[in-house]
Design a protein around this ligand. Sequence first.
Ligand code: ADP
Length: 537
Amino acid sequence: MSLVFDEYGNPFIVIRDQQAKERLRGIEAHRSHILAAKTISNIMKSSLGPKGMDKMMVSQDGEVLVTNDGATILENMQVDNQIAKLMVQLSKSQDDEIGDGTTGVVVLAGSLLEQAEQLIEKGIHPCRIYEGYETACKIATEHLKTISDSIEFSKDNIEPLIKTAMTCLGSKIVNRFHRQMSEIAVKAVISVADLERKDVNLENIKLEGKEGGKLEDTQLVKGIIIDKGISHPQMPKIIKDAKICLLTCPFEPPKPKTKNSIEITKAEDFKVLGEIEQKYFTDMVEKVKATGANLVICQWGFDDEANHLLLQNNLPAVRWVGGLDLEKIAMATGGRIVARFEDVSADKLGRAGLVREVGFGTTQDRYLSIEDCPNTNAVTIFVRGGNKMIVEEAKRSIHDALCVTRNLIRDNRVIYGGGSSEISCGLKISAMADDIASIEQYAVRAFADALDAIPLALAENSGLPSIESLSTVKAMQIKEKNPRLGIDCNHRDTNDMKAQHVFDTLPGKTQQFLLANQVVKMILKIDDIIKMGPGAD
Ligand code: ADP
């Protein structure tokens, strides 16, 4: 746009490139973005639940990622459409706040929009629709509270937490070992949690992974781990009550910095030189030992001769440790990193209850685990798996389990999964809809119908006849007045999700409803899309 003046000095605005703008208005706009949102939600639908499928994402440079996690799928999908981007954001918000339920929230939002589309076609104004949705969402979240159960747990009784984390891992690649994985996740959270204050800092749980080995080899280390081993195979592999000297300077006799040449004419001179160097190095070792250190962790390398001398002098060492790792160790052990060898002293040593090198059977792989550090209660989950894709997906799944456990510590209320809570909320909303006299009644009912998308998708993904399963369970819920009945995805011959130990957290489910409703409202409020063409201001 530009402001110009005519010959009489009157201003007028020239709008350039009007033709470069694309514009969709009213019902066309609604149709277009509902379609975009539905497309995204349809992609996600088949990933929902314990029998959900995984997606393989191939990046532009050919890197492959296999995942079942909604947020990860969407994050890696290249979407151009703005509305589709909103759905990606939706899943991310659920991930940030709750950490689980990222697929469900998108499926729900897609279904709400699908219902809204039908109402718009009937001529109901979008604003009446989202007002109705708002009412229904309120009913649903209130109802969730009434059907929730609280689970009791303590530091010594973590079984209920493990069961809940297992539900969340049941749909992931790790499900063959989901008992073991959820035990690891729950133990990790418990060890960093403050149960009195109901507070968990997940930053204190590090997730590290290395390909090789099996998923069962995944383990919880009560400390930090470094991807390095002790420098000599004959040095002790377990150091109790470790006092660690952290060096960023080379641990070897100094080399002349400028170019000097030493001329050696006799064999004796060469021997003498060798002895002087050796003495220099043994003095260095003595100096470190004199501070009381029983382990040296060094950012630099030292050659094989130095390594041998360290072994002879009983000073285990680790070499080539990265700068970041060294800082991590320093923080955890309370040590100070020494940059000049002259500064080595007793007060700069880091402490740890136990340092050990852990190897993996016959492979060369090993890592150093530094446990019982004074300055941190950080723990590390060390994930193993056949290849990088599996390790990465296992890390994502464990992250979900960690989040679920953290949520339970903050709020110990759970609701039952398998679509049971959605069916129960749907029934409640439908019953309440009859009392609403205005046109909103349609929207409220539509919300109830939209909730069916979750049990329908769960049934479909498990190879069950979806509509038939849903109507059977619905009828059973009404007849038995039991809100715990859901879709029997694992064919266990019972629809009672309490008996199957399928739990979702109450805050997680509530958040799913609220976020989905919020984004749907936002999308329904847009009735004009103006796309600037290239060159338009
Ligand atoms: P999200 O990313 O949304 O958590 P999931 O793929 O983990 O998606 O699926 C979660 C849904 O699957 C929840 O609605 C949960 O109740 C349901 N679910 C999980 N395990 C079972 C099970 N064993 N039987 C029935 N439903 C299950």
